[in-house]
Design a protein around this ligand. Sequence first.
Ligand code: 4NP
Length: 157
Amino acid sequence: MYRILLVCLGNICRSPMAEAVFHDVMARRGLASMLQVDSAAIGRSHLKEKPDRRAIACALSQGYRHIEQVRSRQIKAQDFLQFDLILAMDESVLRALQRQCPQEAQHKLDLFLRFAGHEGEQEVPDPYYGNAEGFAKVLGLCEGGVNAILQKLDLQR
Ligand code: 4NP
């Protein structure tokens, strides 16, 4: 089974939304057993918390119910060995990952949108200090990214 870890600063907005989209899209397409997707934080300020209520509301409004299952956790050394692909939501998260990651696993690191082949912006903007519009933008980027990544990995049932 292929394993993807999604990482942002707090693991309460962007990476839980991306995890929820992955989870629910894969379930709808019967791909759940092909891929394991998890998410984690760089920081430790929201450990064990549910996602931000705005992230939950935004994801639920589009039917991504898995958002309610996510609890914030911090990335740990083992993650760099256990996951096949570790995708950062923005450049500062990627740099933090690069500092922590052992040499032999550096090749697993990338930006979420860059790995997805997204045209235009390469970062998913931090919506935490913004409004609902910012969360809707994040969700749209997550949906586009997830679909592109699933296509790229060419998972077959
Ligand atoms: P996330 O958003 O990295 O997408 O989960 C943030 C969550 C919390 C904070 C910043 C960004 N914070 O400063 O607490």
